[in-house]
Design a protein around this ligand. Structure first.
Ligand SMILES: NC(=O)c1ccc[n+]([C@@H]2O[C@H](COP(=O)([O-])OP(=O)(O)OC[C@H]3O[C@@H](n4cnc5c(N)ncnc54)[C@H](O)[C@@H]3O)[C@@H](O)[C@H]2O)c1
Length: 248
């Protein structure tokens, strides 16, 4: 945690969720001005972040709606006149094996997990370009490398988001904008505890070199690094924060 404030504005989607909340808290502690959004209310997390003495804008936005994205992004730019960092963290998650996955549901994963990050990026790239600085971080999932049954729609969309990350990085490098992804493993927080069986956390931990379940705080260092000046020469990458599953 640092105490220095910065003029940089960080936009975080999915800010009411388990990981989004932790990112918002970390970036507030690091002195960033924040723009938070989620389908759910971000009031409590905004109030918490403001206790760090930083400015916080927040507004609800359904990322499946282009109109909502346009209204939210305009709201951010009206408020701050800039947007330096975009963390595309919200996601549609769920489990349906192929026999139960209807095409509309499949498209739903693609819409929330690829189209929305695309649209959010498009909305903020002009402001980043104007400042000659930008950081886009997309939250993907380590499950793309080791899928398990039932995550077809989710994994396909997250792999697509890795493609977007890489292709966008190539287009934006000359503008001082980096685009990277962070890939966590199953991470324990209030929401995942509600939807995942207890055994899933234990079996995931056993597949890692570090045999415990990730917490949101485990992911924060990677995000903080990728948005920092120290990561200026790193783009198009997917950083696995997975307790060493890749080693096994
Ligand atoms: N928690 C894990 O185990 C885990 C593992 C790997 C990757 N991830 C990724 O981390 C990111 C954060 O996940 P999390 O664990 O905090 O999940 P979460 O469910 O706690 O939070 C996700 C948030 O996204 C929001 N959201 C979903 N669809 C939306 C939409 N259409 N419009 C607006 N908001 C929408 C939800 O309201 C929710 O607050 C996601 O991209 C997820 O895929 C999580």
């Amino acid at each position: 945690m640092t105490s220095s404030k910065t003029d940089r504005v960080a936009v975080i989607t999915g800010a009411a969720g388990g990981l989004g909340r932790a990112i918002a808290n970390r970036l507030a502690a690091d002195g960033y001005r924040l723009a938070l959004t989620d389908a759910a209310s971000c009031s409590d997390i905004a109030a918490q972040a403001e206790q760090c003495g930083v400015e916080v804008f927040h507004a609800a936005c359904d990322l499946d709606s282009g109109d909502d994205i346009a209204a939210f992004s305009q709201g951010v730019l009206d408020r701050y006149g800039r947007a330096d960092i975009l963390i595309n963290n919200a996601a549609r998650m769920g489990m349906q094996p192929i026999d139960e996955l209807a095409i509309d549901a499949f498209r739903g994963y693609l819409r929330t997990n690829i189209e929305a990050p695309f649209q959010m990026s498009k909305a903020f790239i002009p402001a980043m370009t104007a400042h000659g600085f930008g950081r886009i971080v997309n939250t993907v999932s380590n499950s793309v490398w080791a899928p398990f049954p039932g995550v077809l729609g989710y994994v396909t969309s997250k792999m697509g988001l890795i493609g977007l990350t890489r292709a966008l990085a190539v287009e934006l490098g000359e503008r001082g904008i980096t685009v990277n992804a962070v890939a966590p493993n199953l991470t324990r927080h209030r929401n995942t505890e509600q939807v995942m069986p207890a055994e899933a956390f234990e079996s995931q931990a056993q597949r890692q070199a570090i045999k415990r379940t990730a917490t949101p705080e485990d992911i924060l260092g990677a995000v903080a690094f990728l948005i920092s000046d120290d990561a200026a020469f790193m783009t198009g990458q997917t950083l696995s924060v997975d307790g060493g599953q890749i080693l096994l």
